[in-house]
Design a protein around this ligand. Structure first.
Ligand code: AMP
Length: 280
């Protein structure tokens, strides 16, 4: 497994392989790797000749400075985990490599995909995501890039970005990897005690409950039932939404539910968790 820190080193290594026709699978991450990330790496390795993983905590997608400061960083153990997979190249760029002086933020029309949920609650977040992902695509020139459904809205936005900018990369989604009990794996989980991780299962339970029951209630009653559950818990609910998974716009009548997906964001002990589930 090669480790490169500069665009120039990476390009020197990749350019002859690209000319030889090697397909490149790319998995961008912010590190503190868990089995969710490693599943994306295995997915990429199963479909490409070369697998590249980047680790870069992208400052421009954090709208909250404390969140950025406390985001876990564990490069040594990340590299050790990747060495156990079929990853061929780890790319560890500095901020200077990713944001040379003239980098402009990517601002494109995302068809309303960025105006709801994470976009509404984390101002500027998706501009930061779009900018960094476009920059990575320009550097790596992947054949296929892999993104988790854990960040479903991000996946949809990257699909839209790729389409709008006509980028020659196929975007592949990967299902949410969960703990044995159901908690969606996340780098932020390790900022939580075992007890808080158990308490956070209310997110998974609420999504399951919605999946079983949503057609029996009006949307308002359904949302109220979820709010009531969280009221009696240690988590603060930020939002609960059921949206059409293609447009991400709210579904306010259950008559058209074949694309319904539920989303929850909640805080526990100052850590923000998100999760989602297809309802149909
Ligand atoms: P991050 O390091 O949080 O930026 O995540 C890097 C990639 O891994 C993103 O495409 C995430 O959606 C994906 N990912 C993170 N957690 C999970 C999970 N539990 N299951 C599937 N994919 C995930």
């Amino acid at each position: 497994m090669h480790i490169f820190k500069t665009v120039a080193e990476l390009e020197d290594h990749l350019s002859p392989l690209r000319s030889g026709g090697a397909s490149i699978g790319f998995v961008p991450t912010m590190g503190a790797l868990h089995n969710g990330h490693l599943a994306l790496v295995n997915h990429a390795a199963s479909e490409n000749q070369l697998t590249i993983v980047s680790i870069f905590v992208n400052p421009t997608q954090f709208n909250n400075k404390t969140d950025l400061a406390k985001y876990p960083r564990e490069i040594e153990s990340d590299i050790a985990k990747l060495a156990e997979t079929k990853c061929d190249i780890v790319f560890l760029p500095s901020e200077k490599e990713m944001y040379p002086e003239k980098t402009e933020s990517v601002k494109i029309d995302l068809n309303g995909l960025d105006s709801v949920m994470e976009g509404a609650h984390r101002p500027g977040h998706f501009d930061g995501v779009a900018t960094i992902v476009s920059r990575f695509f320009e550097i790596v020139k992947p054949t296929k890039a892999y993104f988790g459904e854990k960040d479903f809205q991000q996946l949809m936005i990257i699909r839209q970005l790729t389409k709008t900018l006509n980028l020659p990369v196929e975007i592949i989604g990967h299902p949410i990897e969960r703990s044995a009990k159901g908690l969606a794996l996340s780098s932020r989980n390790q900022l939580l005690s075992e007890a808080d991780q158990s308490r956070s299962l209310i997110i998974w339970e609420s999504l399951n409950w919605m999946q079983k029951n949503y057609t029996s209630y009006s949307p308002d009653t359904l949302y109220q039932a979820i709010k009531d559950r969280f009221e009696g818990s240690d988590l603060q609910l930020e939002y609960v939404h059921v949206v059409d998974e293609n447009t991400l716009q709210p579904i306010d009548q259950w008559s058209n539910t074949e694309h319904a997906r539920a989303f929850i964001a909640a805080f526990i002990s100052g850590v923000r968790l998100i999760d989602n589930m297809q309802l149909f």
